[in-house]
Design a protein around this ligand. Structure first.
Ligand code: BDR
Ligand code: CA
Length: 309
C-alpha cells in the first residue's frame, strides 16, 4: 500500500509513525507536516528527527500549514510540551525538509504513483484540504484517507469538537465532501483505546530502541491524561494506522458525515449520521467501538517487528 503520512508530531503522532514505519506492507512515500500539537517548525523538526532515528533519510518530509485555511492557529503545549515531543530525548538531525511544501508534495507523490495513494492523517486537515482545492484531479489518485479526527457527540476542544477538526473545519469539510472514502477514528472510540500503565512498561521493555521510544511517547502523553483521571493513555493517532493494517480491531458504521463550519456552538463538530436520518450518500466509515486487548496486541506486534530489522 502506497502511503502519505500527514501529521502534526506530537507525542501520539510520534508513536503512530513508529507503528507505521514498522509495517512492511506500507510503502511510505512522504511525511507531511502541519501545525497542531505544536508550531509547524516544531512538528517538522520532530518528524525529521524521527526519520533520522529510524534511518529513513530517503522519505520526503514536507512542511505544510502553519495555520488553518482561514488563517487561525492553535497549539497544545499542555499536552505535548513546548517542543511537541515533551521530555523525549531525540538527537538533532541534519536532514532538511523536502523542497516542495506539503500540498505540492501530496499532489506530486500521488500523480507520480501508478497505484492510488492512501493517506494517513493525524493532524489538522489543512494540507489535504489545500491540495484538494488546488488540484481537483488529485481526488482520483487517492484510494482513501484514514484520519484520527472528529468525534460522535463529544469533543476535546469544545463539547462537540475534536482538536484536529476544530483546528481547520473548512479543510475537513473539503475532504469529507471530496468523494474520497474517509475512515474516521474519532474521540468517541479513541478514548476507549487506552493503554494502561503496566502495558506502557511492557511495550517499553520489548527490547529494541523503537519500542523504548514508543514507551517514552506513551509515558509523556499519559501525564496529561492522568491529570484528566483517565485509567490509561489514549494514543489516538495509532488508531488511524491500525485501521489500515488490522481493521478488525474496530467496529465501524458506514454512513454520511458532515462537518459543521457555521454553528454558533458547534463549529468543528463532525455530525455522523449513524442512523441515516438525512439519507445522504455515505462518505465515511466511522469507528464506534474498539477491541482494547487487540489494540494493545497491535502496538506490541508493530514495535516488536523492529527486532527483525
Ligand atoms: C488529536 O489532536 C492532537 O493533539 C493529537 O495528536 C491527536 O491527533 C487528538 O484530538
Ligand atoms: Ca496528531
Amino acid at each position: 500500500m502506497k502511503i502519505i503520512f500527514d501529521c502534526d508530531p506530537g507525542l501520539d503522532d510520534g508513536i503512530a509513525l513508529l507503528t507505521a514505519f514498522s509495517y512492511k506492507g506500507f510503502d511510505i512515500k512522504a511525511v507531511t507536516t502541519a501545525f497542531g500539537c505544536s508550531t509547524l517548525e516544531n512538528t517538522t523538526r520532530n518528524a525529521l528527527r524521527l526519520m533520522d532515528f529510524l534511518g529513513r533519510k530517503d522519505v520526503k518530509v514536507a512542511m505544510g500549514a502553519f495555520q488553518s485555511m482561514l488563517g487561525k492557529t492553535d497549539i497544545a503545549p499542555y499536552v505535548h510540551g513546548e517542543d511537541g515531543f515533551k521530555n523525549i530525548n531525540l538527537p538533532e538531525t541534519d536532514i532538511k525538509p523536502y523542497t516542495k511544501n506539503a500540498a505540492e508534495t501530496i499532489y506530486e507523490t500521488a500523480m507520480e504513483s501508478e497505484e492510488k495513494i492512501t493517506i494517513v492523517a493525524t493532524g489538522p486537515l489543512t494540507n489535504i484540504g489545500t491540495a484538494l482545492k488546488k488540484y481537483p484531479e488529485l481526488k482520483d489518485k487517492i484510494e482513501k484517507v484514514s484520519i484520527m479526527g472528529g468525534a460522535v457527540g463529544i469533543g476535546n476542544k469544545s463539547p462537540v469538537a475534536e482538536a484536529n477538526i476544530s483546528n481547520d473545519p473548512e479543510a475537513a469539510r473539503i475532504l469529507f465532501e471530496s468523494g474520497i472514502p474517509v475512515i474516521m477514528s474519532g474521540l468517541n472510540m479513541t478514548f476507549n483505546a487506552l493503554v494502561y500503565d503496566d502495558e506502557i512498561e511492557e511495550i517499553a521493555a520489548l527490547g529494541n530502541k523503537e519500542a523504548k521510544l514508543g514507551g517514552d511517547f506513551l509515558r509523556a502523553h499519559r501525564e496529561f491524561y492522568r491529570k484528566q483521571n483517565f485509567a490509561g493513555d489514549p494514543p489516538h493517532d495509532i488508531c488511524a494506522v491500525a485501521q489500515l493494517i488490522k481493521p478488525e480491531i474496530f467496529e465501524t458504521v458506514h454512513c454520511h458525515v458532515d462537518v459543521e463550519t457555521k454553528g454558533e456552538f458547534t463549529r468543528g463538530e463532525t455530525v455522523a449520521d449513524l442512523k441515516n436520518k438525512f439519507g445522504k450518500e455515505k462518505n465515511a466509515f466511522v469507528a464506534v467501538g474498539v477491541d482494547r486487548k487487540k489494540f494493545i496486541e497491535f502496538i506490541k506486534e508493530r514495535l516488536s517487528a523492529y527486532k527483525e530489522g
